[in-house]
Design a protein around this ligand. Structure first.
Ligand SMILES: [Zn+2]
Length: 141
């Protein structure tokens, strides 16, 4: 007889759960989370970044990012002080996208502010630039 406990990636509501790997460069460790689409991303504060926002249109069942990317998000979101809509962050190479898609596949690039006014977008841009927590900040996505 063999009894196996299988961790099915199914949530209470029957919705699919995402497995999320978060790499922490400081400790060189990878942490694993299982989250629903409406749950916050691990290490993001409050509900400022939900799994479905991070995922965008990607169909991946496994997502990943880094603690430093989440900390950069938190700092930017706190400093900006208002909701920052996220079109997507994670995207697999073969799921299309644009020039910096490898950074999306690494889960460290966020396309934000698509539905905001130019003034709001400029303020996010200036906030992200001034904080110095991002490697690149592009004015348009
Ligand atoms: Zn992008």
């Amino acid at each position: 007889m063999e009894i196996i406990k299988v961790n099915k990636l199914i949530g209470k509501g029957g919705s699919q759960m995402a497995k999320i790997f978060v790499y922490d460069p400081a400790s060189n460790q990878m942490f694993t989370f299982v989250r629903g689409e409406n749950d916050p991303m691990p290490y993001s504060y409050d509900r400022t970044l939900l799994v479905r926002e991070f995922r965008g249109s990607s169909n991946a069942s496994v997502l990943w990012t880094t603690t430093t990317a989440m900390e950069a998000w938190n700092t930017t979101r706190r400093t900006y002080g208002a909701p920052i809509p996220v079109g997507y962050a994670f995207k697999r190479i073969w799921e299309g996208g644009h020039g910096l898609q490898s950074q999306h596949y690494a889960g460290v690039s966020f396309d934000v502010g698509q539905r905001l006014s130019q003034t709001q977008r400029n303020r996010i841009y200036n906030t992200a630039r001034s904080l110095g927590v991002w490697g690149y900040v592009h004015p348009t996505t």
